[in-house]
Design a protein around this ligand. Structure first.
Ligand code: HEM
Length: 180
């Protein structure tokens, strides 16, 4: 994944736990990188190692780290670093979610080697969207949950997210019911 992902993990840990804790995580992870470059590609394994080690050091589950990272990604990484692009995604939560399947095609103009997630909307009602999520990567569903919650915060429209189909439990892909 692009270095901006690893940088964002670093930023979240430093903000919440301080520089020393990040240094400990980096060292214990075995990742031999001092400074992540946003626009450079790194093996996915680097990201997984950072997340796993952060979970070990902070005594929380990988799922908890990934969900917190999803919220952080929307509020700090995306909104602060790519405000115009986020604003172009929609004026309301519902609009943003309905447009989400196309979102990363714009991201790919800046990051041409992006291996993006695939989103597909199912039923849309006044107060909910059913979202299908497919990825070439494993285990990132909790990240998606955090992203949806972060979008809820961004639009001041708190959401509940129900994980209605779980690839980890043998389903073909992941599906979420996002309600507000
Ligand atoms: C301007 C805002 C955003 C930027 C710049 C961005 C960029 C990226 C980048 C660089 C990756 C790593 C993939 C790679 O390097 O190959 C990624 C992955 C991902 N993004 Fe975004 N993204 C943005 C917003 C969002 C939003 C709003 C969502 C969903 C609500 C989202 C969902 C995901 C997911 C789930 C992944 C994990 C990849 C996977 O599932 O395989 N992103 N994004």
């Amino acid at each position: 994944m692009y270095g901006m992902v690893n940088k964002a993990i670093e930023q979240m840990v430093v903000l919440e736990h301080g520089e020393a804790v990040w240094e400990e995580i980096l060292e214990k992870s075995g990742v031999d990188v001092e400074v992540f470059v946003s626009t450079q590609g790194y093996p996915d394994q680097v990201t997984y190692a950072l997340v796993q080690t952060a979970a070990d050091v902070l005594h929380v589950s990988v799922a908890e780290i990934l969900e917190a990272f999803g919220v952080h990604w929307v509020i700090r990484t995306a909104q602060e670093g790519y405000g115009d692009m986020m604003a172009g995604g929609g004026r309301t939560l519902s609009e943003f979610l309905v447009n989400l399947p196309n979102f990363h095609s714009r991201v790919a103009m800046i990051f041409p080697h992006l291996a993006p997630p695939q989103f597909l909307c199912g039923e849309v009602t006044e107060r909910s969207v059913l979202m299908h999520y497919r990825s070439q990567r494993e285990g990132l569903a909790p990240f998606a949950v955090g992203l949806f919650k972060g979008l809820g915060q961004m639009f001041s429209t708190p959401v509940t997210v129900e994980h209605t189909l779980q690839k980890a439990a043998g389903a073909d892909h992941d599906e979420f019911l996002i309600c507000w």
